[in-house]
Design a protein around this ligand. Structure first.
Ligand SMILES: Cc1ncc(COP(=O)(O)O)c(C=O)c1O
Length: 353
């Protein structure tokens, strides 16, 4: 099935106001956005229009009952040609639909997602930063649009995509706090989805961690608070002498696309990567024994960031100072190379626009 997408181009491009040397994160939006509506039985009115406000009823059900999901993905400029390369966009499409299913929302057909995305990027290609560390962050999302008060799945939805040129999300190694009081997700809950509520619920514990001098929370399992899960918007890897460990997936943490790419990349580079339970006690013991070389976190927005150290039960454990970043250095440059078309795309991850 193929969708007809109408295009209304902006008459007032803002590209002239865009300074690629000074981008920041999440504050500048490109000229256009993609919209489509679910009318209760099919996707309709697929269109690209100038980026701008949406008009919504005060009773819009997403605002009250939380049927709201999103994705985060990126396009990178090819180092030589400048052509936009979408990084594994179909993985984001699949994950969006896993979220949709759990939240009783309609699935988005692959061609609606991909055609809307590619047409939008084609139109706003000049916004893809060519600068070192720059990329185009892409935000596909869906929310319930019924104007109705009452807890039930909405009949109508909006699926939309907009884009922001971005620089690095973090510019330094992070200090993270092992969270033992609050939980991000529970077994049987929605931790494996990118539903908006997961992020709203994380803000209070994150604020508390920041007040204690940390940059981020390291979530632990919600039952015992002894097993490491993920941070606010990233997955975690711990590098030991001859193996790299990352917490195994379950329904309380997000299956990061960067996580999967890093696992495949590390194996390609000859490292042993194991997905298994990783306890805070193991991190502490093996750090003390000199076996923990480094900890790094991965995510689309954050890319790959090193962990300076972690706090647990009011004690701070420094990791980076004595650490060795050889593994994170090599996987970071391997992944950056693929994303910018410099290294052979052995897994066929890039989709040029
Ligand atoms: C809770 C959470 N964990 C992990 C990630 C990393 O996922 P990805 O690598 O697909 O960006 C994200 C970002 O989407 C996230 O929000």
């Amino acid at each position: 099935m193929s969708f007809e997408i109408t295009i209304e181009k902006t008459q007032n491009s803002r590209i002239g106001q865009f300074d690629p040397e000074n981008i920041g994160f999440g504050k500048i939006f490109t000229d256009h956005m993609f919209l489509a509506q679910w009318n209760g039985s099919e996707w309709t009115n697929a269109r690209i229009v100038p980026y701008g406000p949406l008009s919504l009823s005060p009773a819009t059900s997403a605002i009250h009952y939380g049927q709201s999901i999103f994705e985060g993905m990126k396009a990178f400029a090819h180092k030589k040609t400048g052509q936009p390369l979408l990084f594994r966009p179909r993985e984001n499409w699949k994950r969006l639909n896993r979220s949709a299913e759990r939240m009783v929302m309609p699935v988005v057909p692959e061609d609606l997602f991909m055609d809307g995305l590619k047409k939008l990027i084609e139109l706003d290609a000049a916004w893809v930063p060519q600068t070192e560390g720059g990329s185009l962050y892409i935000r596909p999302y869906m929310f319930a649009t019924d104007d109705f008060i009452g807890v039930k799945p909405s009949e109508t939805y909006m699926f939309a995509i907009f884009c922001c040129p971005v620089g690095p999300y973090y510019t330094k190694a992070l200090k993270i706090k092992v969270e033992e009081e609050f939980s991000r997700a529970a077994p049987g809950g929605v931790g494996f989805t990118k539903c908006a509520g997961n992020y709203g619920a994380s803000m209070y514990p994150t604020m508390r961690a920041q007040q204690e001098g940390y940059d981020q929370v390291l979530w632990t399992d919600p039952i015992t608070h002894t097993l490491v899960e993920e941070t606010g918007t990233t997955n975690l890897f711990a590098v030991f002498h001859n193996e790299v460990i990352t917490p195994k997936l379950g329904n309380t943490l997000l299956a990061g696309i960067t996580r999967d790419s890093v696992i495949q990349g590390l194996r390609e580079l000859g490292h042993s990567v194991i997905e298994r339970e990783l306890s805070v006690a193991e991190l502490k013991d093996r750090l003390a024994a000199g076996e923990l070389k480094e900890i790094f976190i991965t995510g689309t927005a954050a890319t790959l960031i090193r962990i300076q150290g972690f706090g647990h039960a009011s004690t701070y454990y420094e990791v980076l100072e004595k650490g060795d970043t050889q593994v994170s250095d090599s996987i970071k440059s391997w992944l950056d190379g693929i994303r910018h078309g410099e290294t052979e795309d052995v897994f066929g991850w890039n989709e040029p626009v």
